[in-house]
Write a protein that binds this ligand. Structure first.
Ligand code: ARG
Length: 455
């Protein structure tokens, strides 16, 4: 394969060890698209005749068809997708095929394939993110006006609208989408023409190749380009954050679907049973998503470690970038798609949630704020309410179970109007600060989100 330099062929063990064709064949469409553009540019710059270009394009189309149809025979001794396609081309069309690699190295070729691939995957993941964002928006609409407990430290904190909680996830996945869109800008720069690492003396036109492949810009430094995988690391970082968000949601679903919480019902089709305990309905999907987060984090670590300490420029280590990237794409795509389906079929148990908001002193902060409005310093108010709560715990009741006289023992400033303040409705709807959980704010946020997902 290496032509004149070698006397002996590669040892079988080395061939097995160095080959990447069993995973990088995934890039064939991009490799062929890159070759088409490269060949077209070579012809326009006098490095190929029109006939040679036609033969190359014909041969590439044939190879692409065969790979599409599953009849192409990949050969491990040809190492990777680049050599497999180039060799097949030469075997089919002869000398013209052997001219295709002019002014090109596999170093800039793999950088191109990976950038083309990740550019598409960014677009696909953004669509998947839009779908999951849409699911949260519909849940927000369906349950608008219904209450649930909000938590800090997994202790009941303050009542909120279910829709507010759903829109929290909408925000998280919206940021993820924005991050991917931004990452895509740095992926979307054309590397071909850097050749091995120093550029080429052959008369090429990198900007033409960029235009043919719909890149707005070409990379600036040939040495940087051939050893750069920042864009892949950045992509996997974006995916890691997506999966962290999915994992946090999954954790909530596991908790919420337990008998202890009993806040939601996950549709039967998205649960599994136990092989021994007939009564069980397990939330395996969220559990698996939570678990798969480790794979994605692992891939990020693998890529970071891969690049650490590499001298410029290309080093073969970089071939190890593909499996973590591919696994990340597969894992995050599958997790996003199944989450969308699961959320679209999720039912909140609104009666139970409502009841849960009425215990646990969740409107205690409202009492403190009430006293603040009566000109009691917040720290003093905090302490007054703390005493009232302690007294309720002792009596085994809620703040709302105390009558006016009992409440006034804690502060003479308390009046009848407190009862509205202590109600769940009063508490939630008082939170009209920007980003707060009142019906007014949440309705506005929901409308904005609806516009974003439909517009
Ligand atoms: N399969 C290689 C990779 O994935 C392509 C580049 C090989 N370049 C080289 N000089 N051996 O990185």
């Amino acid at each position: 394969m290496w032509g004149g330099r070698f006397e002996a062929g590669t040892a079988a063990s080395v061939e097995a060890f160095t080959a990447s064709i069993h995973y990088d064949s995934r890039l064939y469409k991009y490799d062929i698209a890159g070759s088409r553009a490269h060949a077209t540019m070579l012809k326009d710059n006098g490095l190929l005749s029109a006939e040679e270009l036609a033969a190359i394009l014909g041969g590439l189309a044939e190879i692409e068809n065969e790979i599409d149809g599953g009849t192409f025979e990949f050969r491990r001794e040809l190492e990777d997708i680049h050599m497999n396609i180039e060799k097949a081309l030469i075997e089919r069309i002869g000398p013209a095929g052997a001219k295709l690699h002019s002014a090109r190295s596999r170093n800039d070729q793999i950088a191109l394939d990976l950038r083309l691939y990740l550019r598409d995957e960014c677009d696909r993941l953004m669509d998947l993110l839009d779908a999951v964002r849409g699911a949260f928006v519909s849940l927000g609409r369906t349950y608008l006006g219904k209450f649930m407990p909000g938590y800090t430290h997994l202790q009941r904190a303050q009542p909120v609208l279910i829709s507010h909680h759903m829109l929290a996830y909408f925000e998280m996945f919206s940021r993820d989408r924005e991050r991917l869109a931004d990452c895509r800008k740095r992926i979307n720069i054309m590397p071909l023409g850097c050749a091995a690492m120093a550029g080429t003396g052959l008369p090429i036109d990198r900007r033409q190749v960029a235009e043919l492949l719909d890149f707005p810009e070409v990379t600036a430094n040939s040495m940087d380009t051939s050893g750069d995988r920042d864009f892949a690391i950045e992509f996997v970082s974006c995916c890691t954050l997506i999966h962290l968000h999915l994992s946090r949601l999954s954790e909530e679903l596991v908790l919420w679907s337990s008998q202890e919480f009993a806040f939601v019902d996950i549709d039967d089709r998205f649960c599994t049973g136990s092989s021994i305990m007939p009564q069980k309905k397990n939330p395996d999907i969220p559990e698996l998503i939570r678990g798969k987060t480790g794979r994605v984090v692992g891939s990020l670590m693998a890529l970071i470690t891969l690049v650490k300490g590499l001298p410029l420029t290309y080093n073969r280590d970089l071939q190890e970038d593909k499996e973590p990237v591919f696994d990340t794409v597969d894992t995050v795509s599958a997790s996003l798609a199944i989450t969308t389906e699961l959320m679209a079929n999720l039912k909140f148990k609104t009666a139970r949630l409502d009841e849960a908001t009425r215990t646990g002193f969740m409107t205690a902060t409202d009492l403190a704020d009430y006293l603040v409005l009566k000109n009691i310093p917040f720290r003093d108010a905090h302490s007054i309410v703390g005493k009232a709560v302690a007294s309720c715990i002792e009596r085994g009741c809620e703040l709302t179970d105390l009558n006016l006289a009992e409440l006034q023992e804690f502060s003479p400033m308390i009046g009848k109007d407190l009862f509205e303040v202590l109600s769940v409705e009063g508490s939630v709807n008082s939170r009209i600060s920007e980003g707060g959980t009142s019906l007014i704010r949440v309705t506005e946020a929901l409308e904005k989100a609806e516009q974003e997902v439909t517009g």
